[in-house]
Design a protein around this ligand. Structure first.
Ligand code: AHR
Length: 524
């Protein structure tokens, strides 16, 4: 499908597009000026910024992806077809697995061989439930093949041995004759898989062993030595990064691991969850105090990035080490009546806004941020997809990912935005947030978020070095800040064609409704 048609009509499984008709007329109107520098910009927005993370947690793997091959739910070798189809539609580029905290307790040998012979374990972090290990290495690699995405495996440094980690790599990637490669063949996989991304532990400052940064750095150096490149497979190693503003962690890890002539890591993986509301932690029952609080905390990721990058620059001025922001997102109270250890939460227009803002910020830092993985794809935290038995729904966050596919591997265009503030009580936030890119066909895409729930913003834009001739767009908004999709009413929040934009001399004008995410496509 031509990209222009794609912008006009999003084909997303069962969801048909409808124009959003429920916007109340917004009383206020504000103005913003935007400059897009199409004559500048050398960095590519790595599509892996649009990556995902799925852990053995609650109903993410079991029920979310995995239903067993004999399930009445349509599946391919035990993996749900509807979920695969929906994730393919957002061009999922990379998937991180098996954790999270689960990774540092996971012993991969428990998850290979005939299902009925696999030992069980207790998932101590997440609900204390019994894990049957039916979803293991082969099933994960099969899932990635079905999704058409890169696998990113997180290894066990917290409670596993160096030998165990080394053997896993050999099992997955070694082509010749060896004990691990033979074991893989015995389990039905003749050819090795390609494995590009491997994490050496997860949150080792916390659930992954409560380590100091110095101790982790020393452990990392040792473990990563045995994460070998077999044959033509080349592994990009990812070190555990800081939690939010833990700048000391970044300082020590960068100094000890990346400071030398050749960094021992490809990427550093910070984590940041922007929490929930101030008064209410409910995903769907909240008021403006919670909306502004959550979005303020989401916007804070920019400051965190800038400060971590400043430290990274000190040890790695050539930017050889990437940021792989491999856990981020909103974290609300679980849905009433669900297991508190399963982290099952709903997803509203506010979550879509969190996604839109954060992805814009990642795009704008794409010289360092080469990967990011929102937590956690299906049924857990800020998910793309919720399932209930055979039923499946797409969340508002999913639709942001769908709209933003136009930025995958496109050239980042620098932008300058001078816009209004959104004020709530004593809090003042920039109402607008933007990123822009140019794809390989020369089309420019601009993603704009207006977080003000009351005022629309009229944007006057100049595009330097480009003469716009045609403009089209898509909008994601709804009547209420709490709007969300349910199994009974799955299409409350979904994209609609956006027609409030026009080409002007050297640029364009667009009127963004209150609380909206808009993606524009501009052609010569
Ligand atoms: O995503 C849920 C949990 O949050 C992960 O397991 C852990 O890494 C983080 O604390």
């Amino acid at each position: 499908m031509a990209a222009s048609t794609r912008m006009a009509v999003l084909v997303i499984g069962l969801a048909a597009l409808v124009a959003v008709s429920t916007h109340p007329a917004t009383a206020e109107e504000k103005a913003a000026q935007l400059t897009i520098k199409a004559d500048q910009g050398r960095e590519t927005i790595n599509r892996n910024i649009y990556g995902h993370f799925s852990e053995h947690l609650g109903r993410c793997i079991y029920g979310g992806y995995w239903v067993e091959p004999n399930s009445p739910i349509p599946n391919t070798r035990g993996i749900r077809n509807d979920v695969v189809q929906a994730l393919r539609a957002i061009k999922i580029p990379v998937l991180r697995w098996p954790g999270g905290c689960f990774a540092d307790e996971y012993h991969w040998r428990d998850g290979i061989g005939p299902h009925q012979k696999r030992p069980t374990m207790v998932n101590t972090h997440w609900g204390g439930v019994t894990e049957n290990n039916h979803f293991g290495t082969h099933e994960f690699m099969d899932l990635c093949e079905q999704l058409g995405c890169e696998p990113y495996i997180c290894g066990n440094l917290g409670s596993g041995t160096v030998e165990e980690m080394a053997d896993w790599i050999e099992y997955i990637t070694f082509d010749g004759k060896s004990p691990m490669a033979d074991l893989r063949r015995q389990n039905g996989r003749e050819q090795p898989w390609k494995l590009k991304y491997f994490g050496v532990g997860n949150e080792n400052w916390g659930c992954g062993g409560n380590m100091t940064p110095q101790f982790y750095a020393d452990q990392y150096r040792r473990y990563q030595t045995y994460v070998r490149n077999f044959g033509e497979n080349r592994i990009s190693k990812i070190a555990c990064g800081p939690s939010g503003p833990n700048y000391d962690w970044t300082e020590v890890v960068m100094r000890e691991i990346a400071g030398g002539r050749r960094p021992m890591m490809w990427g550093l993986a910070p984590h940041y969850y922007c929490g929930s509301g101030r008064k209410s932690r409910s995903a769907t029952e909240f008021t403006e105090v919670d909306w502004s609080w959550q979005l303020r905390n989401a916007l804070r990721i920019e400051e965190l990035l800038n400060r971590h990058i400043e430290i990274m620059d000190k040890y790695d001025s050539n930017k050889r080490v990437a940021i792989a922001f491999d856990e981020w997102g909103a974290w609300h109270a679980v849905e009433p009546g669900t297991n508190p250890g399963f982290l099952y939460q709903q997803n509203s227009l506010r979550d879509a806004m969190v996604a839109g803002l954060t992805l814009n910020i990642f795009n704008n830092h794409c010289d360092r941020v080469k990967m990011a993985n929102i937590a956690q794809t299906v049924n857990v935290l800020q998910a793309m997809i919720l399932t209930d038995g055979p039923k499946m729904l797409l969340t508002p966050t999913y639709y942001v990912y769908h709209l933003y596919t136009v930025h995958h591997d496109a050239r980042l265009l620098p932008t300058e935005l001078s816009g209004p503030e959104y004020a709530f009580e004593a809090d003042k936030l920039p109402a607008m947030n933007v990123s822009a890119s140019q794809d390989s066909n020369g089309k420019i895409h601009v993603s704009l978020c207006n977080i003000d729930p009351h005022a629309s913003v009229s944007v006057k834009a100049q595009v330097q070095g480009f003469t716009p001739n045609k403009i089209a767009g898509q909008i994601l908004t709804a009547g209420e800040i709490t709007a969300h999709n349910t199994f009974e009413n799955a299409n409350v929040v979904q994209p609609a064609p956006f027609s409030d934009a026009k080409v002007t001399e050297g640029g364009f004008e667009a009127k963004l409704p209150a609380k909206s995410v808009v993606v524009l496509e501009i052609e010569k």
